[in-house]
Unconditional design. Structure first.
Length: 76
């Protein structure tokens, strides 16, 4: 289940809670009964592996036609 962060707009009370995706968002602070807002944080991204290369996502036919050494030369 995902964890959501909430902060009260009146008393600045902040907390995290686990909720199912189908659950309704919380709207009322349990301390002062003020209005709650969801807090959205930046998500960290980690790239693991030896690296990413320009040709990683290309199909085989595109790799072959993209090389300049095997291309025919124009004749005059």
């Amino acid at each position: 289940m995902p964890t959501y962060s909430y902060r009260c707009t009146q008393c600045e009370n902040a907390f995290d809670i686990q909720q199912a995706l189908s659950d309704e968002s919380l709207t009322e602070c349990h301390e002062c009964h003020g209005k709650l807002r969801k807090v959205f944080n930046m998500v960290g991204v980690t790239f693991n592996g030896s690296g990413f290369y320009r040709t990683d996502s290309r199909s085989d036919s595109r790799k072959e036609s993209g090389s300049s050494s095997s291309a025919p030369t124009p004749s005059s």
